[in-house]
Design a binder for this molecule. Structure first.
Ligand code: GDP
Ligand code: IMO
Ligand code: MG
Length: 408
């Protein structure tokens, strides 16, 4: 079986935690998009691991992990991450592979990324990891792929600085490089997880352009960046938080109001530890945006939703979710492409009673308090998609499976 896990909001939904959980039943985990802009956190036995490039299945000693063709990879960041894992007792030798069609991020891309974003009239607030530059070099057909490292003429034509940078890595990289299409074809009976990065609303095509990243973070990216056809994929899981966060600039219709909802914002940010894994920036916080979530379900053909961070709402008397936008005199229920509309959108909120109980000590969905179930079931009806997994804490064990995606 082959399953895709993507973010259904603006990233940081808890994909790392969920991929780690589901990887228990997989043999291969393929990250299909993005680069070191991602920060995927896994908490295991009081240890916290922040992964940027290495797929989230790596903490299991027997899983193979592949950095897919849709990724843009900074070799320094990747080897640093492998060293960090090795120093913490995670053996990685012989089980981390790189798709030969993935692109290399050179140091000058990172510099250009930072300079260019500062010069923009409306900065995007990129992570400064050279991601947009790398993907634009790829589209311009000027990028360098891992496959090209064996092509002498191409290497000879490289700028001096680029060659001096990459040459010391070539011997270590060589045994890691695979042709992902054939690698997966030869293992066609394996259980495979395709791990997304960023989220639907940061996807270059389907997100809030131009306030997006540059990779394919939607489900279709799993096929393209994972080197399989769309018919090879058996299911799409969309991970979302019980509220919404966003890092960087761009529209956010359900964002908490700075004047009237500052206390709520601070509560959610501190309880949910909403600070970026990659940049440390405080994340912008807001209500769950059901208009955006339903859009993510439609555009990715999500067949199963995974709700995370429900525990963050444990102490609240009242919970609200955005069920439509008011844009001028219009009530809008479909997520608009227009940034102007999104900037002017005011959330239409629906209120729910809180449950005022600790969810993290519940072992099954049936033990949830009725108001928590009502919140979950309203989301399912609104999105016409079942919520099959509910996460009520950052640890592996704080995960409630209503229906395993590995079973049909
Ligand atoms: P990703 O980029 O989608 O993998 O998400 P991040 O790792 O950037 O951010 C999610 C954060 O929330 C991490 O610190 C996780 O440890 C944490 N987390 C994941 N699931 C839950 C949950 O259900 N409840 C709480 N309180 N924290 C969670
Ligand atoms: P994970 O995988 C949240 C945001 C940046 C910025 C925009 C463009 O951890 O969910 P980039 O450096 O990619 O050109 O920045 O995208 N961004 C993320 N926000 N989670 C991420 O990844 C992100 N990756 C990029 O903050 O607004
Ligand atoms: Mg993250």
């Amino acid at each position: 079986m082959k399953l895709v896990v993507i973010g259904a909001q603006w990233g940081d939904e808890g994909k790392g935690k969920i991929v780690d959980y589901l990887a228990n039943e997989a043999q291969i985990i393929v990250r299909f998009s993005g680069g070191a802009n991602a920060g995927h956190t896994i908490v295991l036995d009081d240890q916290e691991y922040a992964l940027h490039l290495i797929p989230s299945g790596i903490l299991y000693p027997d899983k193979m992990v592949v950095l897919g063709a849709g990724m843009v990879i900074d070799p320094v960041a990747m080897f640093n991450e492998l060293s960090m894992l090795n120093e913490r007792g995670i053996e990685t030798e012989g089980r981390v592979f790189i798709a030969d069609r993935a692109h290399i991020v050179f140091p000058r891309y990172t510099e250009i990324d930072r300079e260019r974003d500062l010069k923009r009239k409306q900065p995007i607030g990129t992570t400064g990891r050279g991601i947009g530059i790398s993907y634009s070099m790829k589209s311009e057909r000027d990028g360098i792929r891992f496959a090209d490292l064996a092509w002498k003429q191409k290497m000879d034509e490289l700028d001096r600085a680029d060659r001096d940078f990459i040459e010391p890595f070539i011997d270590r990289l060589r045994p890691m490089i695979v042709d992902l299409s054939y690698y997966l074809k030869h293992r066609h009976n394996a259980q495979i997880l395709f791990e997304g990065a960023q989220g639907t609303l940061l996807d270059l095509d389907n997100g809030t352009y131009p306030y997006v990243s540059s990779g394919m973070s939607c489900a279709a990216g799993a096929a393209v960046g994972g080197c399989v056809g769309p018919r090879a994929l058996d299911g799409v899981l969309g991970v979302f938080k019980a509220y919404t966060t966003r890092v960087g600039n761009g529209p956010f219709p359900s964002e908490f109001d700075k004047d009237s909802e500052d206390d709520l914002c601070r509560f959610v940010r501190e309880t949910g530890r909403e600070y970026g894994v990659t940049t440390g920036r405080p994340r912008r916080c807001g209500y769950l945006d059901l208009v955006a979530l339903r859009y993510a379900c439609i555009t990715n053909s999500i067949d199963s939703l995974v709700m995370t961070h429900l525990d963050v709402y444990d102490a609240l008397d009242e919970i609200k979710a955005c069920v439509a936008y008011r844009i001028g005199s219009r009530i809008v229920e479909d997520f608009p492409a227009s940034i102007e509309d999104l900037n002017n959108a005011k959330p239409v909120l629906r209120s729910f009673p809180g449950w005022k109980r600790n969810l993290s000590d519940r072992l099954t969905y049936e033990e949830f308090p009725t108001p928590a179930m009502e919140y979950i079931e309203l989301i399912e009806r609104f999105c016409e998609t079942p919520i099959t997994i509910v996460s009520v804490g950052y640890e592996r064990k704080a995960t409630i499976i209503r229906k395993s995606p590995w079973r049909t």
